[in-house]
Design a protein around this ligand. Structure first.
Ligand SMILES: C=C(O[C@@H]1C=C(C(=O)O)C=C[C@H]1O)C(=O)O
Length: 380
């Protein structure tokens, strides 16, 4: 048989399979209706297992794995369709509806906000962009930001979550799981770093440079070129390092900090834009104790578990591709007290104003061992 002849046969099979697929989906809807009247869940693990075991044997050794995977994918599509058909008000969907209805049309511009750091740090710039008329409370670390929001000391908290060259801020991911807070806004900032010291000091006079480890990491090439005689010391925050340099009696120390810190702390800039790459962006999130979903919310963040079996993560991801949702982030963090078991953090390009998305997340909320909506928010 030549290529054209084989393709004619394949096309013929495709037509038959499509027809059978449609018939199967219609029956799947009938099953969904029956389940609705019986108050049963969509997923029936026993039934799926029976079919999988049967097709594995019937397919024979040459195709058994392929046949099994083929049916697993078919079940996933069938379940997505059933969940859509069965969609009904759940505790989860009602909480979403309530959040949408009670959120104002525009995100807030003012409020009290907790930020980790000191005046002039990048988080403050992010905060000014997100909430231009807010009152900022500077606290010591990320944990204190979550505590301030959790305990109602501040309405909001602004935190870095991911950098384009240094990756995820893992501590913030873990804190998101540990606290009952929601992401209500997001923004992206271009980050640049300058080297600054006391006035009248030259680059050759510097023996130690202080900054946050993320900033030292982002400027590694420039800093390493200064030679082995210059020590690099981690500090709690970039702006705090600049402040410390200005208050210190030691003239031979410098800080890597955002450009505005030179003026704020009466320092002089010894070198500008010393970051390894100009493609240096950080994503910041704004957290709140209350779930708020503003119109134009285009990003969803969730935490979920996947079954610890072959294909567990893949079947979770298939649920999103089944309804055409693009994933912009997948982060895994170890579950404390479990050996090599992970929680997955996902960012989705989607909105809970779309009923299909609410149906899918409601289904995940019911079917996954762990599921938490972190927020549906605008990011710009
Ligand atoms: C169709 C059903 O619902 C789900 C989908 C299945 C399928 O597509 O074959 C099987 C079991 C269920 O998880 C059913 O229960 O029969």
């Amino acid at each position: 048989m030549n290529l054209d002849e084989v393709r004619v046969k394949i096309n013929d099979i495709n037509d038959k399979m499509l027809d059978l697929f449609k018939q199967r989906m219609v029956l799947s809807k009938d099953v969904a209706d029956a389940k609705r009247s019986m108050g049963k869940a969509v997923y029936d693990a026993k039934r799926e297992r029976e079919i999988l075991d049967k097709v594995t044997i019937d397919a024979g050794p040459e195709f058994d794995i392929y046949a099994r995977r083929f049916f697993e994918n078919l079940f996933s599509l069938s379940r997505t369709y059933q969940a859509e058909q069965l969609f009904h008000e759940t505790e989860f969907s009602m909480a979403i509806k309530k959040a949408v209805e009670s959120s104002p049309n525009l995100p807030p511009q003012r409020g009290s906000v907790a930020c980790a750091g000191e005046f002039g740090c990048n988080t403050q710039i992010a905060c000014d962009k997100l909430l231009p008329f807010s009152q900022i409370l500077f606290v010591n670390d990320f944990k204190a930001v979550f505590s301030a929001v959790d305990q109602g000391l501040c309405q909001f908290g602004v935190l870095p979550i991911e950098n384009s060259s240094n990756g995820s801020v893992k501590e913030v991911y873990d804190l998101l799981d540990q606290h009952d807070c929601y992401i209500v806004r997001g923004t992206r900032l271009w980050i640049s770093h300058d080297l600054m010291a006391k006035k009248g000091i030259k680059l050759e006079d510097i023996h130690t440079i202080y900054s946050h480890p993320q900033a030292l990491g982002q400027c590694q090439i420039f800093l390493n070129n200064l030679g082995a005689n210059v020590k690099l010391e981690p500090y709690s925050n970039t702006a705090e390092a600049a402040k410390m340099v200005s208050e210190s009696d030691d003239p031979g120390i410098a800080a890597v900090a955002p450009p505005q810190c030179a003026e704020l702390y009466t320092l002089q800039t010894l070198a500008k834009n010393i970051q390894n790459s100009d493609n240096n962006y950080t994503r910041f999130i704004c957290i709140s104790k209350k779930l708020a979903i503003y119109p134009g919310s285009n990003k969803i963040s969730i935490i979920t578990s996947a079954s610890h079996t072959p294909g567990g993560l893949s079947s979770l991801l298939t649920k999103f591709s089944n309804v055409g949702i693009n994933l912009t982030k997948l982060e895994s963090r170890p579950i404390q007290g479990h050996n090599f078991e992970f929680l997955f953090y996902l960012d989705l390009e989607a909105s809970l104003f779309d009923e299909k998305v609410t149906a899918l997340l409601s289904e995940l909320h019911e079917s996954q061992e762990k599921f938490r909506l972190l927020g549906n928010y605008p990011e710009n």
